[in-house]
Ligand binder design. Structure first.
Ligand code: N2P
Length: 357
């Protein structure tokens, strides 16, 4: 009998121990999703001091990861291996992600600072009513150049890039739509052209630019241009601003044939585990002082109207980086061209890239 009692007590103890362990495990899981936030952003696209400030204010620990193209970001989110809580895609990608049901609708009542965004950047065609996305930065694609290296040669548009004096002088941002866009715009086609013959023509024209291309690069384009490693850089406007801040000799032009106007926005992907924290983070980035600090740091153009008051007047009045509506009217926003077309753009871009090697 004694043996039986002992056995009974032992079984009871083991069960309690197991129950305790299970409860503890559950609690840790709850802890990790409520107290951490995984943010997925472009490289060099945030002042990391703001991450520390957010962590301090909220007690939420931020796990920060970066990507270098919309396409790479999409693949990671589709795979679903990491539970990203906030991501920052560009407009055409937001439309695509919406279509693929990869985004969570936002609760605007939790985004009190949304009122600071300039209405000009709200309610755009890729996301009517901003149901899924909140403006982060915006800008153009253009040419940053070094007049000292170029001498009398003046750069006005895409077609100037083919001039033989630019042999091995061009550094190019690594983006499928940006590169294809140079070919398309130089032929006066739309950046959203879906005519396969036009696209092929654009790619073939781009291939004839190869002798002038020094390299296709990522974020390091900023250091290379500032160090005068090349005369020309094809870049996003904010990178140009950063480069020109480092090296005052350089200048930036939005090509006369037209170019791309883009909008990067914060979204909450379906992979999110901390939807509440994601709203808190978005709202934090919308705070005018935080937005100004971020703008100051990354050099991109802010859509936050109130933040402009905290920024250097010279910067926000610079039409090269805060183009007025007149200039932006001749620019095109990328559209979501559908899965097949976007893959075709990528395919042609890869063929061109192979050609440059
Ligand atoms: C920052 C990249 C900006 C992305 N490094 C432009 N959409």
């Amino acid at each position: 009998m004694k043996k039986l009692v002992r056995l009974f007590i032992a079984v009871l103890l083991v069960s309690f121990l197991l129950m305790f362990l299970v409860a503890k495990l559950n609690a840790t899981e709850g802890y990790s999703s409520d107290h951490t936030l995984t943010v997925f952003n472009w490289g060099d696209y945030i002042d990391e001091e703001l991450i520390a400030k957010f962590e301090k204010e909220t007690g939420i620990k931020v796990i920060y990861e970066t990507f270098d193209s919309n396409e790479a970001m999409l693949t990671k989110i589709q795979q679903g291996g990491t539970s990203y809580d906030v991501a920052v895609p560009s407009e055409y990608m937001i439309e695509k992600m919406r279509e693929e049901d990869l985004l969570i609708p936002l609760d605007h009542s939790k985004l009190k600072n949304l009122k600071y965004i300039d209405p000009r950047f709200m309610d755009l065609p890729f996301d009517p009513g901003n149901r899924y996305s909140i403006p982060y930065f915006w800008g153009t694609v253009g040419i940053v150049y070094n007049p000292e290296i170029l001498g009398d040669f003046e750069i006005k548009g895409w077609n100037d890039l083919w001039n033989p004096v630019l042999k091995n002088e061009i550094l190019m941002v690594d983006g499928a739509r940006e590169a294809m866009g140079i070919g398309l715009n130089s032929l006066h086609y739309s950046l959203n052209d879906t005519n396969k013959e036009h696209l092929l023509e654009a790619k073939e024209k781009l291939e004839t630019l190869t002798p002038n291309i020094k390299a296709i690069v990522g974020d390091e384009i900023k250091i290379l241009m500032a160090n005068e490693e090349a005369a020309i850089g094809i870049v996003w406007s904010g990178d140009a601003a950063d480069i020109m801040w480092e090296n005052e000799k350089l200048d930036y032009v939005v090509p006369e044939e037209g170019s791309n106007l883009w909008f990067d926005n914060m979204v909450i992907p379906k992979t999110a585990k901390n939807v509440e924290g994601a709203h808190q983070f978005i709202n934090f980035m919308l705070d005018p002082k935080n937005a100004a600090q971020n703008t100051d740091y990354v050099s991109y153009s802010t859509p936050n109207k109130e933040a402009l008051n905290y920024l250097d007047e010279e910067v926000v009045n610079d039409k090269r980086f805060y183009p007025d509506e007149e200039l932006t009217e001749r620019l095109e926003v990328y559209e979501n061209l559908g899965k097949k077309m976007l893959s075709y753009y990528n395919e042609l871009y890869l063929e061109f890239k192979m050609h440059t090697k």
